[in-house]
Write a protein that binds this ligand. Sequence first.
Ligand code: GLC
Length: 449
Amino acid sequence: MENQNTENPDTIQEEPDLTSRMVEVLSENNLGSFTSPAKLYPHQWLWDSAFIAIGLRHIDAERAAEEVASLIRGQWANGMIPNMIFNDGASYKFERDSWRSWLSPFAPDSVATSGITQPPMIADAVVKIAEKLPKTHRQEFYRFMYEPLVEYHEWIYNERDPHNEGLALQIHPYEVGLDNTPPWVHQLYEHSRPWWIALIERLHLQKVVNFLRRDTRRINPGQRISSLEALLLWDVVRRLRRKKYDIEKILHRSDFCTQDITFNSILVRNNTQLQHIAKEIRRKLPDELLAKIKHSEEAIEKLYDQPSGQYYSRDFITHKLILEPSIGTFMPLYAGSITKERAGELVKLMKDHKKYWLHHPIPSVPLDSTFFDSDRYWQGPSWVNTNWLIIDGLERYGFDTEAKELRTRTIAMVDKQGSYEYFDPIDGRGLGAENFAWTAALTIDLLQK
Ligand code: GLC
């Protein structure tokens, strides 16, 4: 592919209007104390709420504080904060029942949740929201969030780092938020599939499954996760549910655990922000947690592959890196713990026109990957949240020109098409759900700089 970098990235039109359009999207999805990601997703999600609050703080800091505080109502007694808190309307019974969180003795009584977590983005959102709150309320907010966050980060290490490796493991791709990203799809295919999924595949009945799916009834199936992958993901939920989300039982017989680069990079950054919160309210994090935090910063390097100069996720059992390139490789920029030299290597990779630096960067999978499909969910499209994470990292590493360019291109993409869930990295078309909340919120945030 020839150099696609021909547009002038510095032309953003109608800045004030774009902010108001984005505010409109957020108010359409506002459900009172929290914001749903889109009409297609009527519940509350962990990292969605964090991203939403990061944008919302510029409009209404109190409401942004409420957005992340409302996640705490879903916290389990063991400290886990679930990736989803279900809406209790009668029409959502199927979703609640497919997780049945009440099977675990740790799940809260008052709300139904999923049984797994999502990248721990909350501490960063809390610090960013607090900057916008009046000083007295800032302290109160920090104090409210502190204990639940400490318990959450402790849970991550206690349950998800059983061998004290400094890397947290994940038990479902939903925990990473990049549902069908190639490294995880690779893991899914390696894992033995139940007979009934093999049968559906053999009889080519995948299309029938689309009729049962809510997303493919509303959105072109070519833009969504494939039906085979959706069934495999659902099957993993079924297995976890059968073990009542008990990690010992899950780890006892499981070959499906990954130490994911995106999750762990986000953990490292949010550990830093948690330390900041502790300092602000003059509290001291438990020594054991502090030691683990330190260990994680170094452990990210275990996910570095010298020959390719990239970061990858790793199989928890075999410790082998899963050498499938994806957007995850850039997430150590957000972590902030890698050397400036390593960060420079990532920037070079990011600017490669044959891989990531397309007209509308940054694609979730590089152009030269066998997985690349410009329309398909986490297998090609560019997403505003991953761009935001990378921009945040680039700025902290001092790559101001690259950060500015990516920010300008991201804003221009949303300005032109609207607040879509994701975008075609080649022609910029908006794809997936419309009026998607984190796209709107993070665009508001990007416009502030
Ligand atoms: C999809 C995304 C996930 C997000 C959720 C709600 O599952 O992959 O990251 O949190 O939708 O928007």
